[in-house]
Design a protein around this ligand. Sequence first.
Ligand code: GLP
Length: 259
Amino acid sequence: MAEVVIVENAEAAGALVAAEIVELIDGRPDAVLGLATGSTPLPVYKALREKLTGRDVSQVRGFALDEYVGIDPAHPESYRSVITREVVEPLGLDPRRIHVPNGAQDTIQHAGDDYETAIEAAGGVDLQILGIGTDGHIGFNEPGSSFASRTRVKTLTVQTREDNARFFDSIDDVPKHCITQGLGTILRARHLVLLAFGEGKAQAVADAVEGPLSAILPGSAIQLHPHATVVVDEAAASRLRLSDYYRYTYANKPSWQGI
Ligand code: GLP
């Protein structure tokens, strides 16, 4: 099962995960990071900004999880723009080494395969950061996604379009389709780190970590991964049945193990 780490708040989660990423980069300067959008990973990027100051990050590589189909890459809410603004620029990464799925309409038929090829050519993702939607989606793998899925086009649910409408002028401007790494793609990363904060994510977290493996809850795919870490605050942990055990386990963990 995934290792669950319950922390005091999002800031503590950011510091914990950033420390793991810094250790990874120290050991492997061209580490391949799996980058996620959404508000959840922001504390990680913020902590990384401080911890990476003075380090050479010119070789670091990255692959984003997903992108909207048909959105202008220059649109401020394209995931290309978000990753550039939240990760590439503040951390001083080389933009040529940071990949985002190509949502352009004219090449969309082979964009998924192209992205899989690029991930493989990079030797795979070392550490994949994940958030989780209230309906249990990871990346843009909506409920019903195959555990074996690869990067491909998906139709966004009405719920996800409504959730994301706040970033656009109106819901009509939210694209109906996306291109996302599949659950099978995500499961090939060497270390998964899923973060979640707040009561609104509590049920999705409990279902992903302790519920049955099911396509209806795409986040449950993490149970199939040999090295998955779930970092949550108290509110997001509130529906976990084994929370006392997770606390006990983490408190007694040998420090050499990391997360
Ligand atoms: C979007 C992203 C997901 C993210 C989710 C939750 O759907 N594609 O990668 O996990 O939103 O967003 P937030 O972290 O803002 O709650």
